[in-house]
Design a protein around this ligand. Structure first.
Ligand code: 13P
Ligand code: SF4
Length: 304
């Protein structure tokens, strides 16, 4: 059944010149039919270079918007229109414009998990894998980091030479994990390395052996000589790693580390989108796009 749907998808995407991009949090059966799977940064780079005329994004809305901003000539679809990112909706342009007035000499560094509107007033965008590098590289000494306070706190620690102002947004999925969860996972698996996404709280990342993006965590675990790992990010990564490294053991940090938005997209959604029966085409006002893409272009320039 799954194989039949996958075969239909593979045939249709070739016929219709479609590139399927999947965030690493997608299910195994979606990753199998994707042209490319990766973290937010890698997906942004692919969005720029994919030769196909149409892109289907299996991920959340801001990811599909990023593709459209970078490749306006392409038709871009979000495979399941309900898949949003709650963090991306937390701060709006009007509020941040007011905050900016209070700190006129601060550069606005926006996590890519933001709306296109908010990106129009950001100086530069970052992802979890590029944030430290970019905050170090930009010429500005003062940084207003939005919206994720946990990622911001992590970056601030790594870049002590700069001044940071943080606002209190964040990922509800990662932020609900507390120190007790981390300590009990470590007690249950004393020989495991603890790999954590920087969207987790500082008291959780403080206990980690490695902190990095979804792709960073996967690369680290694959290359490591260790045999056991506690995975401190969305639980799909536990399954992907278990498939990739059958000789190693992977444990979820918590059964609650589930992003329902990332989980919303199914293999059937991808088929429906290809057959013109589902998905949502991303349409963006050109003036908005031109303004919003500037901070993403800067991210690619500095993140290189
Ligand atoms: P990555 O930068 O690891 O892709 O993270 C995106 C995300 O939404 C994690 O919750
Ligand atoms: Fe947004 Fe968190 Fe889901 Fe990532 S895991 S898409 S940051 S809600």
């Amino acid at each position: 059944m799954i194989k039949d749907i996958q075969e239909k998808i593979l045939k249709l995407k070739k016929q219709n010149d479609v590139c399927i991009l999947a965030h690493s949090y997608m299910s195994e059966e979606i990753c199998e039919i994707a042209d490319f799977t990766g973290d937010s940064y890698a997906l942004s780079l692919k969005a720029k270079t994919a030769p196909q005329s149409t892109v289907i994004m299996c991920g959340v809305r801001f990811m599909a918007e990023t593709v459209k901003m970078l490749s306006p000539q392409k038709r871009v679809y979000l495979a399941n229109p309900v898949a949003g990112c709650p963090m991306a909706e937390q701060m709006d342009r009007e509020v941040i414009s007011e905050v900016k007035k209070m700190y006129p000499d601060y550069a606005i560094v926006a996590y890519i998990n933001t709306t296109a509107q908010l990106k129009t007033i950001a100086d530069v965008c970052v992802t979890s894998s590029s944030a430290v590098k970019i905050c170090r590289a930009i010429p500005e000494k003062n940084i207003l980091f939005i919206p994720d306070i946990n990622l911001g706190t992590y970056v601030k620690k790594q870049v002590p030479e700069k001044n940071f102002k943080l606002l209190s947004g964040g990922c509800p999925t990662h932020a609900k994990i507390d120190k007790e969860d981390a300590l009990s996972a470590k007690a249950a698996h004393p020989d495991a390395l603890f790999l954590v996404h920087p969207e987790c709280r500082p008291e959780v990342t403080a206990l980690a052996d490695y902190v990095g993006s979804t792709s960073g965590i996967m690369d680290f675990a694959e290359k490591s000589d260790y045999k056991e790992f506690i995975i401190g990010t969305e639980n799909s990564i536990v399954q992907h790693l278990q498939f990739k490294c059958p000789d190693k053991n992977f444990y979820p940090l918590s059964k609650d580390l589930v992003c329902h938005n990332m989980k919303a997209t199914t293999l059937v959604d991808v088929l429906n989108c290809l057959e013109g029966k589902g998905g949502e085409e991303i349409v963006m006002d050109e003036e908005l796009r031109v303004q919003a893409v500037k901070c993403i272009d800067k991210m690619i320039e500095y993140g290189g």
